[in-house]
Design a protein around this ligand. Sequence first.
Ligand code: CA
Length: 431
Amino acid sequence: MRRIASLIIVFILTASCGSTTATTTSTTSTTATTTSTTSTTATITPTTTTTATTRTVAPATTTSVALSGAVSYSSREIGKLAGAVDLIQRDIADSYFYVVSRFGIIQRWRPDGTVLDTVLDISRATTSDGERGLLGLAFRKTNKKWEAFINFTDLSGDTIISRFDVTSDGKIVSSATPSGSEILKIAQPYSNHNGGAVVVGPDNMLYIGTGDGGSADDPERRALDKGQLLGKILRINPRNSGYDIPADNPFVDTPSARGEIWSIGLRNPWRFNFDVFGNIWIADVGQNKWEEVNVSPGTSKIPGGKGISFGWSAYEGSHTFNKDVDSPGAVSPVFEYEHKDGACSISGGAIGTNTTTSGRAGWYFFGDYCTGTMTAILTDGTSTVASEPVLTDLGNITAVRSTFNGMFVISLEGTVRRVISTRQSSSVESP
Ligand SMILES: [Ca+2]
């Protein structure tokens, strides 16, 4: 029974992968799985070292699911921007990539990586020491009008979310206020763990990942405190300046809770995103031992993560951490990996489609900042059913990002590489 349920979830998550074409393809491969479960495991390595210990999640089922056979990976450098931390395609009708540098610069690149122009320069308004700087960018379209949002650290070290108008041809309008109109400011008690992601959800609301404030071990236990904005995913509806709190946010009626909060219990959700079906995928950076990937199911109307606790700092990954706080019902990660062989900090993340990563629709791709390795996992929604190494020697990986037709891995040294997957022909031929 558990097996059937898990296959169904695999199907749902696998189908959550982008275009209609990709969805159709995954349906086919998943159907094939149910009829020939053991015949084509190929080179997929079932997760052996990262089985989540139990909390609210049943033990990982060790189903050997082979969805698409083996793939091989390669990468190709397309361009460089020092301090690169993000890459976004605004719209399928706009082929340019917006590449974000922590030093306060946003460039537009043609898809071949050549620079078209610099569309934003807030280098004088931000400080980029430590984990600070210009950290994230998102675009939103409302009634045919585009706007852009950035997440950056101001000169006092506090987090600012600001807004810009965007012209129909994709230029960010910053002449009046160079760093945009302030939407939200969050005081940062320490220099590290500033979060950094700013994401427009499938419901067209703005989601913001905030770190727990920094230092180490969540010293003021902020991450599970619903009265504080730190250590959370927030959900707001920006106005031209300032914002409204959506009436359907989970804690708007909870006394002493901040209505902006969408999810709690996060340490430093540096990169998170939604797939096209509304599931949320959060790569949360760990403390001393465990890096983690979290998934929470959702829809386009009620995206994943609503009212969910992801555990920190009662838990680091699925392991008890601060014993003086608890988070009953916290969701365990679907995947975690230990700090060994130099691994230290997860940088999420993109969900593959058959357009971006052939043969790996529905898989989640991420990197580690310290080892420079990239990994792909396939989850059934509660645990990981397959994982495989993708590429190594990628530098200090800051993000893995996807556009409408490509997947990219970005390093702090500035290198942006396109990730290429190639399906292998079947290796199960008879002699
Ligand atoms: Ca967690």
